[in-house]
Write a protein that binds this ligand. Structure first.
Ligand code: IPM
Ligand code: MG
Length: 390
């Protein structure tokens, strides 16, 4: 098996770092990362809709980086979502779980199929595959950076002077709240329970504080403590922990206000941390700042194998058309390398992505009028070639 530990530059998130991991962490600290040759065992979960098309580009970029930096990589493809329901009736089959749990990391693409969206009677749904994966792999921390690309400022429906230089990270709690709380689904009554325990809140706040320490040291805890009991627990725990991080400014914001502030003044935020449902909603809103949902990657970490995936969905209308933007998936590969302390590898991907934007090698969602639009595969191979050409 490959790397079985989670190391981040300047901190450790997830599993304890011991044995081989400790040596690796030490090497990272000594800036010897480029000397290291790693073996990656990647579980590839392409899923539905545009998933397979963007997944192929993520793999192409992973290959390019491994070739350039001397790492080796093996891929294990596994079913998830509607593709898995069609094949075996389960959106996250046991065989997929086994492949994921043995992997160094999971490269995930998208799940979702309209034939389930409009069928309230459906017993299983593709999205349950994603939720089962998060729960079974213990992925409680979802890291969603919101960044802008100078050459794409005009792409946002928000004014360029508002979004310019916006750069924040949303840390979304991923295995609690209404997504996983007790539910009742009746014809006359239905409910979802937003349940959080102190340890669940504490561990996600620690991840958020670690991020804040590596960034501009400003943490905004987003909640709805004026109404919700679960939010009051979040706020209470955060207030108790804040003195442990005197170097970080902690502030609190109600989620409705945060939703407004994000588009009025996105530069206000550095790191925001919030519960599962609020984080789901706010990160879609965040993609508007970047100008396209096709640009934002994410990492989900916790106790098991980390997962790297775009924040966008399966965009079924575009499936098979070779028009989806592969950048969110490709930047997820950058986050994968960075997660293991391989920052040069991450930087190589980021600079190739920027070069593709500068060269106007872009999919239709972000192409400048007057320039031809490139296909998903063309953008992916251009970026992979650019990584190898340096
Ligand atoms: C996301 C998605 C998922 C979520 C869906 C597909 C279940 O919207 O990752 O943000 O709600 O978490
Ligand atoms: Mg979402």
């Amino acid at each position: 098996m490959g790397i079985s530990f989670n190391v981040k530059p300047g901190g450790v998130v997830g599993n304890e770092v011991t044995g081989e991991g400790a040596l690796f962490a030490q090497a990272v600290a000594e800036h010897e990362v480029t000397e290291l040759r790693r073996h990656f065992n990647i579980a590839v979960l392409a899923g539905d809709g545009i998933g397979p098309e963007i997944s192929a580009q993520g793999v192409a970029v992973m290959d390019a980086v491994c070739r350039r930096f001397g790492h080796t990589v093996e891929y294990h493809h596994a079913l998830v979502g509607a593709a898995a329901i069609d094949a075996c009736g389960d959106p996250f089959p046991e065989s997929t779980y086994e492949i994921c749990s043995k992997a160094t990391a999971v490269l995930f693409s998208a799940v979702g199929d309209p034939k389930y969206d409009h069928n309230p009677e459906a017993k299983v749904r593709p999205e349950q595959g994603l939720l089962a994966m998060r729960r079974k792999l213990g992925l409680y921390a979802n890291i969603r950076p919101v960044e802008t690309f100078p050459c794409l400022l005009h792409n946002s429906p928000l004014r360029a002077d508002i979004v310019k230089d916006a750069d924040f990270v949303c840390i979304r709690e991923l295995t609690g709240g209404m997504y996983f709380g007790e539910k009742l689904e009746g014809d006359e009554r239905a409910y979802d329970t937003c349940l959080y325990t102190r340890p669940e809140v504490e561990r996600i706040l620690r991840v958020a504080y670690d991020y804040a320490r590596r960034r501009r040291r400003h943490l905004t805890v987003v909640d709805k403590a004026n109404v919700l009991a679960s939010s009051r627990l979040w706020r209470h725990v955060a207030q108790q922990m804040a003195p442990e991080y005197p170097d970080v400014t902690t502030d609190f914001m109600y989620v409705d206000n945060a939703a407004m502030r994000m588009i009025q003044d996105p530069r206000f935020f550095d790191v925001m941390v919030t519960e599962n449902t609020f984080g789901d909603i706010l990160t879609d809103e965040g993609s508007v700042i970047s100008g396209s949902m096709g640009l934002l990657p994410s990492a989900s970490t916790g106790t098991g194998t980390p997962v790297f995936e775009p924040i966008h969905g399966s965009w079924p209308e575009a499936a098979g058309k070779n028009i989806a933007n592969p950048i969110a998936q490709i930047l997820s590969v950058a986050m994968l390398f960075e997660h293991f302390g391989l920052t040069d590898e991450g930087a190589a991907i980021r600079s190739a992505v920027n070069a593709s934007l500068d060269a106007n090698v872009r999919t239709p969602d972000i192409q400048t009028p007057g320039h031809p639009a490139y296909t998903t595969a063309q953008v992916g191979s251009w970026i992979a070639d650019c990584i190898l050409a340096r």
